[in-house]
Design a protein around this ligand. Structure first.
Ligand SMILES: Nc1ncnc2c1ncn2[C@@H]1O[C@H](COP(=O)(O)OP(=O)(O)OP(=O)(O)O)[C@@H](O)[C@H]1O
Ligand SMILES: [Mg+2]
Length: 252
């Protein structure tokens, strides 16, 4: 599925959260959304995932203008979102969390525990996720492992588009690397991935396209060949603003 926005916008009362933003997500590729706090990243992905409705521009799925009514509808269409808080239950086992809300049923509607355990283990392994024991509580996993379980779950549930809101921001270097690997896996499995991050060093190695947002406005969407890491970093940091800050701090 190809997901596209054209000049999309959204306001909350008098706050213009997003204005004229165009982006594109293709199967087997990663589109990174970069921007500082308040840039409009979450607003954009909430439109993509059916939480908010846009009030200007167009949202197209496979070229067809679409208005999503709910996150459930987005999910049914194959647009899965892993939110930052992950919506997992820490005291529940890994396999239970894996199936939360979509448990495999035996005939007569009974929940098939053995199958659930087996499928969870196999699916995690297929994504290269090595979890010793799927019976352990999700709360005992590291942040990176938890993100990985959420990604594997979305892939298993048949997502065509996978949206990740800052999956690496709370993680150390090594853990972030783990999550970046799964983003690449999801892309190799043909999913279109939307990866939201503050960090150009996380985005650049895995991204195919880069959308830069600043105060609700797009600073441009670039294919990887059109932009170097250095330029991305400068644009992200707001170049001039950072120089000004450096100057200020030095003179104190
Ligand atoms: N539900 C809402 N009601 C009113 N204003 C909102 C709402 N959601 C977002 N905004 C405003 O829209 C702007 C963009 O917010 P958004 O959460 O999209 O930014 P962000 O790029 O995700 O930032 P962060 O990196 O801090 O998560 C902000 O000024 C924010 O205050
Ligand atoms: Mg946000």
């Amino acid at each position: 599925m190809i997901l596209e926005t054209r000049e999309i916008g959204k306001s909350f009362g008098s706050v213009l959260a997003l204005r004229g933003v165009s982006m594109r997500v293709e199967p087997g590729s990663v589109t990174c959304v970069l921007g500082d706090n308040g840039a409009g990243k979450s607003t954009l992905i909430k439109i993509l995932s059916g939480v908010h409705r846009h009030d200007s521009g167009e949202y197209l799925l496979d070229g067809v203008p679409t208005v999503l009514d709910s996150p459930r509808q987005a999910l049914d269409l194959g647009i899965a979102t892993v939110f930052q808080d992950l919506a997992m239950i820490p005291l529940m086992s890994v396999w239970r969390n894996f199936f939360l809300g979509s448990e495999p049923r035996r005939s007569l509607g009974r929940f098939d525990v053995a199958a659930a355990r087996r499928i969870a283990r196999e699916e995690l392994r297929a994504m290269g996720i090595d979890i010793r024991d799927v019976d352990q509580p999700v709360g005992t996993l590291s942040g990176g492992e938890r993100q990985s379980v959420a990604i594997a779950r979305a892939v298993y549930l048949g997502a065509k588009i996978l949206i990740l809101d800052e999956p690496t921001s709370a993680l150390g270097v090594k853990q972030a690397g783990v999550v970046l690997r799964y983003i690449v896996r999801a892309r190799q499995r043909g999913l279109g991935v939307v990866f939201i991050t503050h960090n150009p060093h996380h985005a650049y190695p895995v991204g195919d396209r880069f959308l830069l947002l600043n105060r609700g406005v797009s600073l441009g969407e670039y294919a990887k060949e059109e932009i170097a890491l250095q330029e991305l970093t400068t644009l992200m940091a707001g170049g001039a603003e950072l120089e000004q800050l450096e100057h200020e701090l030095r003179s104190q």
